[in-house]
Ligand binder design. Structure first.
Ligand code: MN
Ligand code: MN
Length: 471
């Protein structure tokens, strides 16, 4: 070897020792792992199609948990290592706990994902007729780019609660045999004015009206007879009247199913990956974990997309009250338990999109197929409104993941001062636990059709499983 070549190989060696390894994740993990990822995602796709709202995701989780031996939690009982319990918070949020060998004494391990997604909620008085078309007025939920929602086939999901206590469940628009709904848009020919507006002005919240019918009742000349016809159809199908919409949680979600994306089928396109793409792995990790050292709790929460306010969101006391019950039964104080507790806030991050590269800082972005993304902090501006995971906690998580060869990466949410966002991490940190965000990178986040990598979904499951299983 010439002197020059020898020098080269020395620097190569040194690079390998000192540099972050930047190999494609698919190359890193190999064929076997990819096969496991693909098969894991087959069931994930079914979950996506079955559980498009927080209520549907919560009831899916409870069903799976019951099958796996979880029982409804009873705070008057004491539990032993290996016992599995669940808590149903109003049918919109769920907690699953597996009691550890040491119970809550040395803290608990929390995996928290959210099961609400951006959607188009109906207003309490939604139905109206305008120029012989029947429409629903809506009030969007969560952060959406409003222009993405018109001309997308929509399905109606939710419940109507009647005064007598009955609950009418509605899902319409998912089956091929069922009608779906749509928000209309203006044709380009007449959109000269619209197209010259900035996006936030061209599509406003009050433009998001859903088309739901056009035929009058009995070809009657009576006023509002299209509205009458639609209400009559609704009454015959569900037994509800216009007044009953006042006590309803009804929402419009995209009517399409989860699909493989790409010639290589390496990705999944679907509505509401954020954050069911972390909720599903967290649920599966809770079902699969062997009796852990510390009690593990998977929380599938609601209300994240609007800031976690509300009794089913993470600003509510429902989780801390549950941990207090577990602690009390073991003679522990909840504040001592929380101080020793750790959490993975399982939420998505923005995947680097080459088409919109300018929004990202390439050294600190998450990438499709590079595995679960750890986000040390979110927030905006000068790290406002975020908890920032400590160096020590980051090291602990690195150690757990690397010991099990989990594929993972780090990422920030876009460029500094480019915008920002938050997760539930800060609410858990405010309870005096250690927490960091870990989840799946997503393309087109919050769009009606979001994209994730199958490998990243599986590695997020493995990350949560290893976190729960760690000593
Ligand atoms: Mn999210
Ligand atoms: Mn979100």
């Amino acid at each position: 070897m010439s002197k020059k070549n020898e020098e080269k190989s020395k620097s190569k060696q040194l690079k390998e020792k000192l540099f972050l390894q930047k190999k494609n994740g698919v190359v890193k993990v190999g064929e076997e792992e990819l096969k496991k990822a693909d098969s894991f995602c087959e069931d994930y796709k079914k979950f996506l199609d079955k559980a498009k709202t927080e209520r549907e995701a919560a009831s899916y989780a409870i069903k799976r948990a019951k099958k796996a031996g979880f029982e409804e939690f009873d705070y008057t009982k004491t539990y032993k290592a290996g016992d599995k319990v669940y808590v149903n918070n109003r049918g919109k949020a769920v907690m699953l706990a597996v009691i550890g060998k040491n119970g809550t004494k040395n803290g608990v391990r929390l995996g928290i994902a959210h099961i609400d997604s951006p959607k188009i909620d109906l207003k309490p008085n939604p139905l109206y007729q305008s120029n012989d078309l029947a429409m629903f007025k809506t009030h969007y939920y969560g952060g959406i780019k409003k222009y993405q929602w018109p001309t997308v086939p929509l399905a109606l999901h939710g419940v109507v609660a009647l005064k007598n206590g009955d609950i009418v469940e509605i899902t319409l628009g998912e089956k091929d045999s069922e009608p779906c709904f749509v928000i209309t848009d203006l044709l380009p020919h007449l959109a000269v004015d619209q197209m010259s507006k900035v996006m936030t002005k061209a599509f406003t919240g009050e433009h998001l009206n859903v088309l739901i019918g056009s035929r009058p009742f009995n070809n009657d000349e009576e006023s509002e007879s299209v509205k009458l016809n639609i209400l009559n159809i609704i009454f015959e199908k569900y037994g509800i009247t216009e007044e009953d919409f006042r006590s309803a949680d009804l929402t419009m979600v995209p009517a399409f199913k989860a699909r493989d994306i790409g010639f290589d089928k390496s990705m999944i396109g679907a509505y509401g990956h954020d954050d069911r793409v972390c909720a599903y792995p967290a649920l599966m990790a809770a079902l699969d974990v062997k009796t852990p050292e510390k009690t593990i709790i998977t929380v599938l929460t609601d209300r994240e997309e609007i800031g976690s306010d509300g009794n089913t969101g993470m600003k509510s006391t429902f989780m801390i009250d549950f941990i207090a019950d577990l602690a009390k039964a073991e003679g522990e104080e909840v504040r001592h338990v929380m101080a020793k507790s750790t959490c993975l806030s399982a939420d998505v991050n923005a995947a680097f999109d080459p088409t919109y590269a300018a929004a990202f800082e390439s050294n600190n972005s998450s990438y499709i197929n590079q595995g679960a993304v750890i986000t040390k902090y979110t927030g905006s501006g000068g790290k406002y409104s975020t908890s920032d995971a400590s160096a020590e906690y980051m090291a602990k998580i690195r150690n757990i993941l690397d010991s099990a060869d989990v594929l993972w990466q780090t990422g920030e949410l876009g460029k500094v001062d480019g915008g920002g966002g938050g997760t539930i991490a800060k609410f858990v940190a405010n309870l005096n636990a250690d927490v960091v965000d870990l989840g799946v990178p997503v393309l087109s986040m919050h769009a009606p059709f979001e994209v994730v990598s199958k490998l990243d979904v599986y590695e997020t499951y493995r990350a949560l499983y290893e976190f729960y299983s760690a000593e």
